[in-house]
Design a protein around this ligand. Structure first.
Ligand SMILES: CC(=O)SCCNC(=O)CCNC(=O)[C@H](O)C(C)(C)COP(=O)(O)OP(=O)(O)OC[C@H]1O[C@@H](n2cnc3c(N)ncnc32)[C@H](O)[C@@H]1OP(=O)(O)O
Ligand SMILES: CC(C)C(=O)C(=O)O
Ligand SMILES: [Mg+2]
Length: 599
C-alpha cells in the first residue's frame, strides 16, 4: 500500500482493558470446553450457495457422529429451507437424546414468534437471541440509545418466554443470549445488558443461561479479548448458573488464539465451525481447537479419527475447498518437502522403532515425539506415506525415507548420498515434485540391471558355483554357502574390490519378498554401487555385483581409471568378463574398454 495515499491512522486502536491483576496468563487448560458447532447457521449464512437440505443433513449427521452435543441448526425465519430443516430434524426424530439443537433469531417480535413455533414438538431445544450492543451499531444500525438497546434484549427475552409458554409446553427449553459485537462494546454496558436479560430469564440450577460473547468482527489482539472475558468472569452475577461462552471470528487470523486465551480467562464453551467456515475470514476453527487440545494430552471429546472424511463432508456441504495448509486437516499438513525437515522426520521414526524394540513395546505405546510432526498422522486416519514428498528442496534423508517406506529398500548411508544426487538432478530438470513411483523407477534404472545376460557365465575360481543366465534370472549352485566371498575374491583378482554387501530383508520393489543386496565395489579410485534384488541372498549378491560392473561400464571414465591411480589407462577386458559386460550393458567392448587388475 502506498503510504502517501493511505494512512493506518484512519484505524482506531481498541482500548485496553484495565485488569492489572489479570490471572489468565498464568493458568493452563486441563479440560476441554463445551463446544457448539454453528456450521449450519453462521457457516451456512456465509455461503454463496446456502446448503441444500441434503447438504444440511450430511453436515448434521457428521457433527453428531463426531460427538458435538450442541449444534446450532439454523435461523428458521431466514428461509423456507432453514425452517423446513428444523422441522425435519424434529418430525423425523433425528436428534439424538444427548444432542441439543439451537436456533437463532433477532430480537424482533414477529421473528421470535415464528422461531419459537418452528421448534414445536422438539424434546429439547435452545433459543438464541442476539442484538448488537456496540456504540457503532447503536448509532449506525439501530439509531438507539443505550437504554433502548438494552430494552431490545430484555423485550426479546420476554417475548421468547411468552411464545414458548404457549407453544413449547413439552419442550425442555434452554436459552442463550449474545450481545453481538461484544468485543467492541463498553464492558460495563455488556454486563448491564446481560444482567438485565438474566433478570428476565432468572437462571437457576435447572434452568441455566448461556451468555455468549462474540468477537463478531475480530479487531483486537487475543490478550485483549482474554482480559474482557476475565473481567466478565469476575463481574457476572449468578455465575454458577451462567455458562460463559465465546464465539470468536477470525478477521485478524487470531480466532484460535482468542478462543484459547478466553478459556484461560474463564470461558466454558466455544462456538465455531469445522475448518473455520463462517462470515468473512470465518468463525474459529473447531478442528484446530479440538486437535490443539488433543496434542496437549487433553481429550477434546470429539472424534477426529477420520479427518479426511470430515474434510470431504465439509467440502461437500460448504462447496468450499479446505486449504492444503489448513492445520491438521489440509492435504499438506503432515508433509515435508525440505531436506532438513525430512532428515529429522526420518531420524524420528527410526529412533522410535529402535526405542520400541529395545523395550519390547509397540511404537504406539511411546509418547509421540517426532521432529516437525506435532501430531501422529495416524491418529487422524492419515498415513505416513505423504509425510515426505520429494522435489528439488529435498535431501538424502527424504529420498531414503521414500525408498524405505514405499519400496521396502533400506539404503546404506553412502548409497543414500549418491542416489540423492541422482534424484536432485531429476528434480532440478523437472522443476517439479518427483513421485515415489518415479523415485523407485529411477533407482531401478540407476542401480539394478534388469536386462538378462545373454551368455552363461562361469566363475573359474568358484568351485561348484555357477551362474547361469536365462529368462531374466540367475541360478546359483546351492553347494556354496560362501558364494559371496567367492565372488568377492574373484572380483578382487580383477581389481574390483567388492567392499561391502548390505542386505535388507524385503524388497517391495519387485512385489515379492525378495532380498535386496547393495554391493559397494571399488574400481580404481572410484566406488561404484550396484543393487541386486532376488529371491535368495546369493543370487541377489551376484546380481548386485553385476549391476555395479554394468554401471561402471556405462560411465566410461570410471573404467579408464581402473588399475592406475595416477594415469588413466585403457585395459582390454578380461576375456571372461567381456561378454558379461557386453550382455549386461548392451555394449560392444571390442577390447577398447575394460577392467583389469589394479596396478
Ligand atoms: C453476527 C451474525 O451473524 S447475526 C446473524 C445474521 N444472520 C442473518 O442475518 C441471516 C438470516 N437473516 C435474514 O434472513 C434476514 O435478515 C431476516 C429474515 C432475519 C430479517 O430480514 P428483514 O426483515 O428483511 O430485514 P433486514 O435483515 O434487512 O433488517 C434489518 C432490520 O433488523 C434490525 N435488526 C438487525 N439485527 C437485529 C437484532 N438482532 N434484533 C433486532 N433488530 C435487528 C435492523 O436494525 C433493521 O431494522 P430497520 O429495518 O428498522 O432498519
Ligand atoms: C449471533 C452472534 C453470536 C454472531 O454470530 C456473532 O456475533 O458473530
Ligand atoms: Mg458469528
Amino acid at each position: 500500500m502506498n503510504p502517501s495515499r493511505r494512512s493506518a491512522g484512519r484505524y482506531l486502536p481498541s482500548a485496553p482493558v484495565s485488569l492489572p491483576d489479570r490471572r489468565w496468563p498464568s493458568r493452563t487448560v486441563t479440560t476441554a470446553p463445551r463446544w457448539l458447532s454453528t456450521d449450519l447457521r453462521d457457516g451456512n449464512q456465509s455461503l454463496a450457495n446456502p446448503m441444500s437440505p441434503a447438504r444440511k443433513l450430511a453436515m448434521f449427521r457428521l457433527l453428531v457422529e463426531m460427538g458435538y452435543q450442541e449444534i446450532e441448526v439454523g435461523f428458521p425465519v431466514a428461509s423456507q429451507d432453514d425452517h423446513d430443516f428444523v422441522r425435519l430434524l424434529i418430525e423425523d426424530d433425528l436428534i439424538p437424546d444427548d444432542v441439543c439443537i439451537t436456533v437463532l433469531t433477532q430480537a424482533r417480535d414477529e421473528l421470535i414468534r415464528r422461531t419459537v413455533e418452528s421448534l414445536a414438538g422438539a424434546p429439547r431445544a435452545r433459543i438464541h437471541i442476539y442484538n448488537a450492543t456496540s456504540p457503532l451499531f447503536r448509532r449506525v444500525v439501530f439509531g438507539m440509545t443505550r437504554a433502548e438497546c438494552l430494552d431490545l434484549a430484555v423485550q426479546g427475552t420476554r417475548l421468547m418466554m411468552k411464545y414458548a409458554d404457549r407453544t413449547l409446553a413439552g419442550t425442555d427449553l434452554r436459552y442463550q443470549y449474545s450481545p453481538e459485537l461484544f468485543n467492541d462494546t463498553e464492558l460495563e454496558f455488556s454486563l448491564e445488558v446481560c444482567e438485565a436479560v438474566m433478570d428476565v430469564w432468572q437462571p437457576e440450577t435447572d434452568r441455566p443461561i448461556i451468555l455468549n460473547f462474540p468477537t463478531t468482527v475480530e479487531r483486537t489482539m487475543p490478550n485483549v479479548f482474554a482480559d474482557q472475558i476475565e473481567w466478565l468472569d469476575r463481574n457476572l452475577s449468578r455465575r454458577e448458573h451462567v455458562c460463559l461462552s465465546v464465539h470468536p471470528h477470525n478477521d485478524r487470523g487470531t480466532g484460535v488464539a482468542s478462543a484459547e486465551l478466553a478459556t484461560l480467562a474463564g470461558a466454558q464453551r466455544i462456538e465455531g465451525c469445522l475448518f473455520g467456515n463462517g462470515e468473512r475470514a470465518g468463525n474459529v476453527c473447531l478442528v484446530t481447537l479440538g486437535l490443539n487440545l488433543y496434542t496437549q494430552g487433553i481429550d477434546p471429546g470429539i472424534d477426529f479419527s477420520d479427518i479426511n472424511r470430515i474434510r470431504r463432508t465439509v467440502e461437500y456441504c460448504n462447496e468450499l475447498p479446505v486449504h492444503p495448509r489448513h492445520p491438521y486437516g489440509g492435504d499438506l499438513a503432515y508433509t515435508a518437502f525440505s531436506g532438513s525437515h525430512q532428515d529429522a522426520i526420518k531420524k524420528g521414526f527410526d529412533e522410535r522403532a529402535r526405542a520400541a524394540m529395545a523395550i519390547g513395546a509397540s511404537v504406539d505405546d511411546l509418547p509421540w515425539e517426532v521432529p516437525y510432526l506435532p501430531l501422529d498422522p495416524e491418529d487422524v486416519g492419515r498415513t505416513y506415506e505423504t509425510v515426505v514428498r520429494i522435489n528439488s528442496q529435498s535431501g538424502k534423508g527424504g529420498v531414503a525415507y521414500v525408498l524405505a517406506s514405499r519400496h521396502g529398500m533400506l539404503l546404506p548411508r553412502d548409497l543414500q548420498l549418491e542416489f540423492a544426487a541422482v534424484v536432485q538432478a531429476q528434480a532440478d530438470a523437472a522443476g517439479a515434485e518427483i513421485s515415489p513411483a518415479r523415485i523407485g523407477e529411477l533407482f531401478l534404472q540407476e542401480y539394478v540391471v534388469q536386462r538378462p545376460l545373454s551368455v552363461p557365465l562361469r566363475f573359474r575360481d568358484m568351485v561348484d558355483t555357477e551362474l547361469h543366465v536365462g529368462g531374466g534370472g540367475f541360478t546359483v549352485g546351492a553347494a556354496r554357502a560362501d558364494a559371496v566371498e567367492q565372488i568377492r575374491t574373484t572380483m578382487l583378482s580383477w581389481g574390483i574390490d567388492v567392499r561391502a554387501v548390505h542386505r535388507t530383508g524385503v524388497g517391495a520393489v519387485s512385489e515379492r519378498d525378495d532380498v535386496v543386496v547393495y554391493a559397494e565395489c571399488r574400481l580404481g579410485t572410484r566406488t561404484v554401487w550396484g543393487v541386486g534384488i532376488d529371491a535368495g541372498p546369493d543370487t541377489a549378491a551376484f546380481a548386485a555385483v553385476r549391476a555395479a560392473l554394468s554401471r561402471a561400464l556405462r560411465s566410461g571414465t570410471a573404467l579408464e581409471t581402473v588399475g592406475d591411480l595416477d594415469a588413466p589407462v585403457m585395459h582390454p577386458a578380461p576375456p571372461l568378463l567381456r561378454p558379461v559386460l557386453a550382455g549386461a550393458a548392451g555394449l560392444d567392448l571390442a577390447g577398447t574398454v575394460g577392467l583389469d587388475r589394479a596396478g
